[in-house]
Design a protein around this ligand. Structure first.
Ligand SMILES: C[S@@+](CC[C@H](N)C(=O)[O-])C[C@H]1O[C@@H](n2cnc3c(N)ncnc32)[C@H](O)[C@@H]1O
Length: 209
């Protein structure tokens, strides 16, 4: 590891430890600071309601699943999927695998047991190489796969919340989502680091089935 790299990872660690969202997550027993992004969107948009069937893509370590499980209070269904192993969570079915692989998609479809979901959420992000020409297409691909999943597994009227990095391909994805949902907006929750190109697309009222 070069000098520059170790300096920047040191800076990341310092920022992480002093980050108020990290501190709050630790204090309140949430598995990730990412939970506060979902919380802010949910409180504003009333996204998660009891009785819902929810798919959480890129779920590890499990903050979003924890939040959704707390809201559903056992009334509903949540399946979380990630490349990484996750600690079990009450009220959440977990699948470990790469969402880009057809067998993993099939495993998810099997878990849904023929019943469509009301909400697809994706916080998936690829490992960052630092080369935008590599990272941006990878990130867009994951967001596009989340939209593909809606065609197979989202109920009419359902919602999609998907992480996206603004850059090459993002306008096209936004335009495509606008064709398939009644309403699409770009949201940037406070817990999303201001210098990151990360935003979330919130699409509601799925029309294409
Ligand atoms: C920002 S984290 C998600 C945090 C989560 N929302 C939470 O609240 O704990 C992004 C996750 O996406 C997962 N991921 C990235 N690419 C993936 C893929 N191809 N298939 C499944 N998961 C993937 C990563 O393993 C990582 O755990």
């Amino acid at each position: 590891m070069g000098k520059k790299r170790s300096k920047s990872s040191r800076r990341w660690l310092d920022e992480h430890v002093s980050d108020p969202y990290v501190q709050r997550a630790n204090r309140e027993g949430w598995r990730s600071r990412a939970v506060f992004k979902l919380e802010e969107i949910d409180l504003k948009e009333r996204l998660i309601k009891q009785g819902m069937r929810i798919i959480d893509l890129g779920a590890a370590p499990g903050g979003w699943c924890q939040y959704a499980a707390k809201k559903l209070q056992g009334n509903g269904y949540i399946v979380g999927l990630d490349l990484l192993e996750m600690q079990p969570l009450e009220g959440v079915e977990l699948i470990q695998g790469d969402f880009r692989e057809p067998e993993v998609l099939q495993e998810l479809m099997d878990a849904l047991d023929g019943k469509r979901a009301d909400l697809v959420m994706s916080d998936m992000a690829p490992n960052i190489s630092g080369m935008p020409a590599v990272d941006q297409p990878r990130a867009m691909h994951l967001a596009e796969l989340s939209l593909d999943l809606c065609r197979e597994a989202l109920s009419p009227g359902g919602s999609l919340l998907v992480k996206m990095f603004q850059g090459t391909g993002s306008e096209e994805l936004l335009a495509q989502m606008r064709k398939e949902f009644d309403k699409v907006k770009i949201v940037k929750p406070k817990a999303s680091r201001p210098r990151s190109r990360e935003v979330y697309l919130l699409a509601q009222g799925y029309t294409l089935v």
